[in-house]
Design a protein around this ligand. Structure first.
Ligand code: MN
Length: 349
C-alpha cells in the first residue's frame, strides 16, 4: 500500500489524542454515509481506548443510516443546542471529519471555529481552510473513511479497531464510492476494504441499507423525474432535470428523497454531464455530476457561484427554477471543448 500520510502529522495527532480525554467528532451539515462513518468510526475506536468521545452533527442524519452502530448516541445541534454547545466548549480535542470549511457546518460552524481546544481536520475535499492544528487533507482519497482507516493504521491501532468501528468505515467507503464504482484513484482501497472486512463486517447488509433502501415516495419521485422531467441536450451530451416545490409535494418529498437522482442520467450511453435543479423554500439547489473529467465544478462556479469536485459539484441559485434552467441551456455550449472522446451528438435510440 502506498504511503501518503505525513509522519510528522500522524505523530502530532497521536500526541493530541494521548493528551485528550473529552473528544468531539463532528462533520458537515446534512451528514452522509462518509460523514457519519468517519465520526462514528473514531467514536468506537476512541471509546475502546478508554476516552470520552462524542459525535456532534450540525443537523439530523438521515434515517437510512440508522443501522450504523452508535447512530442513536449522536448529539444533533439543531435538536439539543445547549448540550451540543457545552460539549464543544468542554472538549479537549475536536476532530473535524469530511468537511473543509466551518461554513459547511451551518450554525455549528462558528462553535467549531471558535472552540479554544486543539482541532484536527480529516477530509478529502479540495482547498481546506486552515482552522485546525493538524490538517489531513487528501482530495485523492475516495472517502474520509478510507483516510480514517489509514490514519488509525499508521498510529498502530489496527488491533484496537473492533467490528463497530470497521462497519462505520466501510459504510463511508461504500457510500462515497457507490459500492466501489466511482471516486477510486488507487487500487489500495481494496486492500483497505479487505483489512476492514477481516473485522467481521457484513458488507452486503451495508450496501442494502445505505445504498439500496429508499422510501416509497422517493422511488416514485425518481421514476417521475426521469420519465417526465429529464431533458437531454444531444450536442452538449448533457441532461437536465428540474423539480418544482409543487412536484415535490405531490410525491410527499422528504429530505434525501432525491438523493442519487442526478447520477441516473449518466447511465445513458453518451451522456457526459447531468444537472439536477430542485426548487427549495428559499433557493434553487443545483447538483451536478459528470464522467470523463467534464468539469461540472467549473460550470457550477461560473454560472451559480458554487463549486465542488470536478465531477461532483453543486450550487445554490437565487431566482426561479426556469431562470436557472435557461442559464444552463444557454451557457453549456461554451463548455463543449471539455467533452472528450464522443461523437458530435448523442444518438438516443
Ligand atoms: Mn466524503
Amino acid at each position: 500500500m502506498k504511503k501518503f500520510l505525513s509522519t510528522a502529522d500522524v505523530a502530532r495527532f497521536e500526541e493530541l489524542l494521548a493528551n485528550s480525554e473529552k473528544i468531539v467528532l463532528t462533520c458537515h451539515v446534512r451528514p452522509d454515509g462518509d460523514a457519519m462513518g468517519s465520526t462514528l468510526g473514531w467514536y468506537h475506536l476512541l471509546k475502546g481506548l478508554g476516552k470520552k468521545p462524542m459525535v456532534v452533527t450540525p443537523d439530523q442524519p438521515p434515517r437510512t443510516l440508522s443501522f450504523m452502530p452508535g447512530f442513536r448516541e449522536v448529539a444533533v445541534y439543531t435538536r439539543h443546542d445547549p448540550y451540543c454547545q457545552s460539549l464543544m466548549e468542554e472538549a479537549d480535542l475536536i476532530i473535524c471529519c469530511d468537511f473543509n470549511k466551518p461554513s459547511r457546518q451551518d450554525q455549528l460552524g462558528p462553535l467549531t471555529r471558535d472552540a479554544k481546544c486543539r482541532k484536527v481536520l480529516i477530509d478529502h475535499h479540495q482547498d481546506p481552510d486552515h482552522f485546525c492544528d493538524v490538517t489531513f487533507s487528501y482530495p485523492d482519497m475516495s472517502s474520509t473513511c478510507e483516510m480514517t482507516f489509514r490514519i488509525m493504521a499508521a498510529m498502530g491501532l489496527y488491533e484496537d479497531m473492533g467490528r463497530d468501528c470497521a462497519e462505520c468505515l466501510v459504510t463511508g467507503m461504500v457510500t462515497d464510492t457507490r459500492n466501489f464504482s466511482v471516486n477510486i484513484k488507487s487500487p489500495d482501497i481494496y486492500e483497505v476494504l479487505e483489512r476492514l472486512l477481516e473485522k467481521g463486517v457484513d458488507k452486503t447488509r451495508i450496501v442494502k441499507e445505505a445504498l439500496m433502501t429508499r422510501t416509497y415516495g422517493s422511488v416514485r419521485l425518481h421514476a417521475y423525474a426521469l420519465s417526465e422531467k429529464m431533458e437531454i441536450l444531444p450536442r452538449q451530451h448533457a441532461s437536465i432535470i428540474t423539480l418544482s416545490l409543487e412536484e415535490l409535494k405531490q410525491f410527499h418529498y422528504e429530505r434525501g428523497d432525491s438523493e442519487g437522482l442526478v447520477n441516473t442520467p449518466l447511465e445513458i450511453r453518451g451522456v457526459v454531464s447531468s444537472f439536477f435543479l430542485r426548487e427549495d423554500e428559499d433557493c434553487i439547489k443545483v447538483s451536478a455530476r459528470s464522467i470523463n473529467d467534464f468539469p461540472v465544478s467549473l460550470v457550477c462556479g461560473d454560472l451559480f457561484g458554487g463549486g465542488g469536485h470536478i465531477m461532483a459539484a453543486g450550487a445554490e441559485f437565487h431566482g426561479t427554477l426556469e431562470e436557472a434552467r435557461r442559464m444552463l441551456v444557454e451557457a453549456l455550449p461554451a463548455y463543449d471543448k471539455y467533452i472528450k472522446g464522443h461523437p458530435d451528438r448523442i444518438d438516443l435510440w
